[in-house]
Design a protein around this ligand. Structure first.
Ligand code: PEP
Length: 255
């Protein structure tokens, strides 16, 4: 079964409105000739409406960098799935390591966000990953399993198009240290096994698992060559139009 590759750019807390518009237009131009793979960008909340307009007529998909679990209410500082949908934004990153480690988001909170987003029609891009200490302590798989089981607790997923998982080793995010292809493949295969224990095997086999952590134009081809690496979640390099152009034109698989 072939999974359609996805390259997603996470702009984090970067870009003014003007910069966001220009960057989105550059991505739309870059993606114009891309076939057999998906391209997505996640600007900051402040730029979502503007970027949505800039992407009109393009195949580039729009994602938010987080999402609340309810439709509306007294949740100061939060953005609901319904608000995102109204902008043409159909996906949201959830559980990014910066949310977990800087803002203290727990597995239970992440689970709420994933559940609410799925129920209200926004596709979560659910991030998991171990710290360097956890890897060095031999606990990578324990950590991944725990984050997956807690983050996806009580979630029914019959449609693989409604969920994306990203393996993002914390030690590789923004550090210039990329996981080796072997480390990435091993973790992705493990994640797929856990997904198969939670959902129907055929569904787990179709859920896309992205790798994130210092992906750039030089390493994207070898990472994408691994059988269980279905795409990339790209931080720093997604802010540079030439780098992101090369990344979305990675050599290899399409579907
Ligand atoms: C990220 O923000 O998810 C990420 C992987 O960042 P970077 O590519 O800069 O390591």
């Amino acid at each position: 079964m072939q999974r359609r590759p996805l390259i997603a750019g996470n702009w984090k807390m970067h870009t003014t409105l003007t910069e966001a518009r220009a960057l989105a237009e550059a991505v739309a131009r870059s993606a114009a000739d891309v076939e057999g793979r998906d391209v997505m960008i996640a600007p900051p909340f402040t730029a979502l409406a503007e970027v949505s307009l800039a992407l009109r007529g393009s195949t580039v998909q729009l994602a938010a960098q987080n999402v609340c679990w309810v439709e509306q209410g007294a949740f100061t500082g939060e953005i609901s799935p319904v608000m995102l949908s109204s902008l043409g934004c159909g996906a949201a990153i959830v559980g990014h390591s910066e949310r977990r480690h800087i803002f203290g988001e727990s597995d239970a909170l992440i689970n709420k966000r994933i559940k609410g987003a799925m129920a209200l029609g926004v596709m979560p891009l659910f991030c998991v990953g171990e710290t360097l200490e956890e890897r060095d302590g031999g606990n990578t798989f324990l950590v991944l399993e725990s984050q997956l089981r807690l983050g996806l607790a009580d979630i029914v997923c019959n449609d693989p198009a409604r969920l994306i998982v990203a393996y993002e080793p914390v030690w590789a995010i923004g550090t210039g240290k990329t996981a080796t292809t072997g480390q990435a493949q091993e973790a992705h295969a493990f994640i797929r096994d856990i997904l198969a224990s939670l959902f129907e095997k055929s569904v787990a086999g179709q859920i896309r698992i992205l790798y994130g952590g210092s992906v750039n134009s030089d390493n994207v081809d070898i990472l994408m060559a691994e059988p269980d690496v279905d795409g990339a979640l790209v931080g720093g390099a997604s802010l540079k139009p030439e780098s992101f152009h090369r990344i979305i034109h990675f050599q290899g698989k399409t579907a």
